[in-house]
Write a protein that binds this ligand. Structure first.
Ligand code: ATP
Length: 454
């Protein structure tokens, strides 16, 4: 079953505490979202899985957490002040504003908007004529210090990677790193998008998971191919269906100002079709050369063995934590015929979120068969044995079938039921979300059982 719109995901996200509209009580702030109690767990698990595969499991990549506010010259050097803009067109009739490259993509015209295209595309809403293209800089500007003047002008970073380039020397010197090596970081980025929307797919404040791999220029093509496969494999290993992923290579005239080669990993978002989930970019020596020029610092690398001195090339992997979280949610979402046995007509369809166990917000739910003591007390004692290691939830309201359904809907892989027999035989029933198989497990062995399963 595949969804034809994001609506069921948006509805589940709100109903079950994954994602809420920001500032809802004031009518909401457009394109800004808050991650609720389960959403923050899910997104943290996505980020943790990324960090584990990028930093923890590798010797050649180290982590960083650089500040959002950076020296304003950073953005002059990086080209963002002059070039980080989107092509904007307005409808002359209904006044609606559009991103020209997106309109072209809808018409299957190559994404770079050229003047001759203006006449080929009309307003998708009313069919009206569009204005000529204007460039609109996407950076959010603010002021540092008490005086709002030009000297205090500063930007919220539109991408996290610049903090990595500015720390290139610090990392090399402090970590005694030799090329090739990478630096990874996760953090917020801000873009004043012309047309945000489609839930958390395009927002003005979002989180990126970026990794910059510093290499000898002659390695660039090979390394680019390796990262392309690595990034795809990461999504597949975490359960994304192969048919929902594809690559899209950027054409030469579509490349960003810094890129020598670029590729999108696209996910088939319900209702949106294949859209960019992540990118792999060969940024050449653009970034380090520019920062060298503007800072006056030598950012070249000297190979101690060969004596060769050069500006490293960079192959970047750039994943959006929010787009990834939305992809995992959409990919895992499944509506099934009732399977929990309560055929009372109210539950013909049930939702099962088949999230990878590493990503599931709650790993095990603890359900006493009855609210009465001593079952309550025993359930709390059993839960206490594992809650230090795993996120757990306690639920005593409603029938067991209803409680299983609630957990299936949020993707909990295991439900642990404590019944009256448990008082005597010191065993509990563990139910598997996907197979619905039930196993009787000794309370003393439960932690080991879950360790093996999870
Ligand atoms: P798009 O073409 O969709 O605007 P982009 O090519 O500008 O994206 P990059 O600059 O390559 O995106 O950013 C890297 C990653 O950051 C993207 O693959 C995406 O996952 C994420 N990202 C970028 N812009 C947004 C946004 N407005 N909202 C949420 N995530 C975003």
């Amino acid at each position: 079953m595949s969804l034809d719109s994001l609506d069921p995901i948006v509805s589940l996200a709100k109903r079950r505490g994954f994602i809420f509209q920001s500032s809802e009580i004031y009518g909401g702030l457009s394109s800004c979202y808050d991650y609720g109690p389960l959403g923050v767990e899910l997104k943290n698990n996505v980020k943790r899985a990324w960090w584990r595969s990028m930093v923890q499991e590798r010797d050649d990549i180290v982590g960083l957490d650089s500040s959002i506010l950076m020296h304003p010259t950073t953005w002059k050097a990086s080209g963002h002040l002059d070039g980080f803009s989107d092509p904007l067109v307005d409808c002359k009739k209904c006044k609606k504003r559009w991103r020209a490259d997106h309109l072209l993509q809808n018409e299957s015209i190559k994404p770079k908007f050229r003047p001759e295209h203006s006449s080929e595309v009309k307003c998708p809403d009313c069919g009206g004529e569009l204005t000529d293209v204007r460039r609109f800089n996407l950076m959010f500007k603010t002021f540092m210090g008490p005086v709002e003047d030009e000297a205090g002008e500063i930007y919220l970073r539109p991408e996290t990677c610049q903090g990595i380039y500015l720390n290139f020397l610090n990392v090399i010197q402090s970590m005694r790193k030799k090329l090739p090596f990478g630096v990874a970081q996760i953090g917020k980025a801000f873009r004043n998008e012309i047309t945000p929307g489609n839930f958390t797919f395009r927002t003005r404040e979002f989180e990126q998971m970026e990794q910059q791999y510093f290499i000898h220029p002659k390695e660039a093509k090979k390394v680019f191919k390796v990262w392309k496969e690595e990034r795809r494999r990461w999504y597949l290993d975490l359960g994304i269906k192969k048919s929902n992923l594809r690559f899209r290579e950027h054409e030469k005239d579509e490349l960003a100002h810094y890129a020598k080669a670029a590729l999108d990993i696209e996910f088939s978002y319900p209702g949106l079709g294949f859209k960019e989930l992540a990118g792999v970019h060969n940024r050449g020596d653009w970034d380090l050369s520019q920062h060298e020029k503007f800072s006056g610092q030598n950012l070249k690398y000297k190979d101690q063995e060969t004596g060769e001195e050069y500006t490293p090339y960079i192959v970047e992997t750039s994943d959006g934590a929010d787009r990834a979280t939305l992809a995992f949610l959409a990919d895992a979402y499944e509506e099934v015929e009732t399977r929990s046995g309560e055929k009372d007509g109210k539950h013909e369809k049930e939702v099962v979120l088949r999230l990878h166990k590493d990503l599931a917000p709650i790993k095990a739910a603890f359900l006493p068969l009855s609210k009465k003591e001593p079952l309550r007390k025993l359930t709390a004692e059993v839960q206490a044995k594992v809650r230090r290691d795993y996120m757990t939830q306690y639920d005593e309201t409603g029938s067991i079938g209803k409680r299983y359904r609630r957990q299936d809907e949020i993707g909990t892989p295991y439900c642990v039921t404590v019944d009256f027999d448990s008082l005597e035989d010191k065993m509990v029933t563990v139910r598997d979300r996907d197979t619905m198989e039930q196993a009787r497990v000794a309370i003393e062995e439960l932690k080991i059982y879950l360790d093996e399963k999870l």
